[in-house]
Design a protein around this ligand. Structure first.
Ligand code: TRP
Length: 453
């Protein structure tokens, strides 16, 4: 087996640091921007139900798999597969596919992250009585503005990445995450008191099982991979900075729970808020019952809500919310950029700083193109997220289950997990990795690809 470079690689400073950074990667626009619009588009509570199943039955096992591969190989996805697969030429390609997915997802993610940041100012200008400025900042279709805000966002991402693992990534997430949770809860408490919210709660929480269809299941599975940052090796990379004292199974469980929890809360805020907005005359669905502008749903619904509050609370909640969303997006863009950066560091021996600037500039250039033609968001999302990530997750299961072998991964997981052999995890995880996850992903995939063409 090739020796693995350890000396120059960073490490997480604390146990909480890793969980928070991984949760920071997971929690992002996926939870707050994408999840609620998926719920609204796909039958409310029915989607939520399938989504929970995907998170815990597919997402969690795959997450533990990624973390164990990362910690064992101390490498980025490409290097990790190369180290573990010896002469096999195919599996390193899975890592390379992951790196590509990361780059492409980041290029449109960045544009939406830019929107969230400009909406901070949309709110400020609104409450400062400057409607033209507010409208300018809130115009998601303005290409020039999109370029500027996505460039700005990329710049901050690069700066955190050049700060390294514990100094940059860990410090950034540690302070930001608890604030996020607090604001979300306060806003939910406010929204549920408004007229129309009850209808939203009903749609969100009472499932209509007849709405469960193949496209809904496909969407829920893709969403769970995206939201948990799975399928492209982000958690292989974060796992590679992990020490042997940490319990991988437990960390993966915390991250899955935290990510699901925030998505659930975001739905609890935004779905009722949608119905409140509808109650106030804003059109959310068209005559055919289809959601209008799902990419900008959150950006349409929430400002309405803030603008109808009293000026002081509107200003505070409006600006804080979009600031919070920007921060959540930042901890995710960091992880998306960290994957290709760590690949350049490990395998191309490029300095962290140079790697971050080279990749960051390239991705920002793609974002600039997308900024002017937003239809690319949907296309890239379909290929690299909805198809790319479950495909990556499938390959990770096959690789771990049949090539590297589950007992080797268990040896890795045992470190930091006292009493592993007596645990429930020990009994069921291998079954999930070898059979249940690949079968479920494969089945959903086959049916969907079949439906697509
Ligand atoms: N999970 C993040 C979100 O929900 C997005 C993200 C960050 C991601 N890193 C990732 C998605 C890696 C897929 C793979 O917003």
């Amino acid at each position: 087996m090739a020796s693995t470079p350890t000396e120059h690689r960073g490490n997480w400073n604390s146990k909480l640091g890793f969980v928070l950074a991984a949760a920071g990667s997971a929690i992002g626009l996926g939870n707050i921007w994408k999840f609620p619009s998926e719920v609204a588009e796909n039958g409310g509570a029915a989607f939520l139900l399938i989504y929970v199943i995907c998170c815990f039955l597919i997402g969690f096992p795959v997450m533990a798999a990624e973390m164990s591969i990362g910690r064992f190989t101390k490498s980025n996805p490409v290097g990790a597969f190369r180290i573990l697969s010896g002469k096999n030429r195919f599996f390193p390609l899975v890592g390379a596919w992951g790196v590509l997915c990361g780059i492409m997802i980041l290029s449109y993610y960045n544009v939406i992250a830019g929107w969230t940041f400009s909406f901070v100012f949309e709110e400020v200008f609104h409450f400062a009585g400057m409607p033209e400025w507010s409208a300018y900042m809130g115009d998601t279709g303005n290409g020039v503005k999109n370029v500027i805000s996505s460039l700005f966002f990329m710049l901050i991402t690069i700066l955190v990445i050049t700060g390294g693992v514990s100094g940059g990534i860990e410090r950034a997430t540690k302070t930001m995450m608890p604030i996020l949770l607090g604001i979300l809860i306060m806003m939910i408490l406010y929204v549920v008191t408004l007229d129309g919210a009850a209808e939203g709660l009903r749609v969100y929480l009472l499932p209509d099982l007849s709405k469960i269809t193949p496209p809904l299941i496909f969407a829920a599975m893709g969403q769970s991979f995206f939201s948990l940052s799975l399928g492209m090796g982000a958690l292989i990379t974060y796992g590679s900075y992990l020490n042997k004292k940490q319990n991988i199974a437990e960390s993966a469980a915390y991250v899955t729970l935290a990510d699901f929890g925030i998505a659930f809360l975001a739905g609890l805020l935004i779905i009722p808020a949608m119905y409140v907005a509808q109650n106030n005359g804003v059109q959310i669905y068209n005559e055919a019952g289809k959601l209008i502008a799902s990419d900008s749903l959150v950006f349409n619904v929430l400002p309405q809500l803030f603008h109808n509050m009293s000026p002081t609370s509107g200003m505070i909640f409006g600006t804080l919310f979009f600031l919070l969303l920007s921060i959540a997006a930042l901890t995710s863009t960091i992880s998306l950029l960290e994957v290709p950066v760590s690949h350049l560091i490990d395998d191309w021996k490029i300095k962290r700083k140079h790697a971050a600037w080279i990749l960051g500039s390239g991705i920002a250039a793609i974002s600039a193109v997308i900024s002017f033609d937003l239809s690319w968001i949907g296309r890239l999302d379909l290929v690299f997220n909805q198809i790319g990530l479950p495909l990556g997750g499938f390959m990770i299961c096959i690789f771990l289950g049949y090539y590297w072998k589950v007992h080797n991964a268990m040896e890795e997981i045992k470190q930091g997990f006292d009493g592993l052999e007596d645990s429930f995890f020990y009994k069921v995880w291998p079954i999930f990795i070898r059979y249940i996850c690949p079968l479920l992903i494969g089945a959903v995939f086959t049916v969907s690809v079949y439906n697509l063409f």
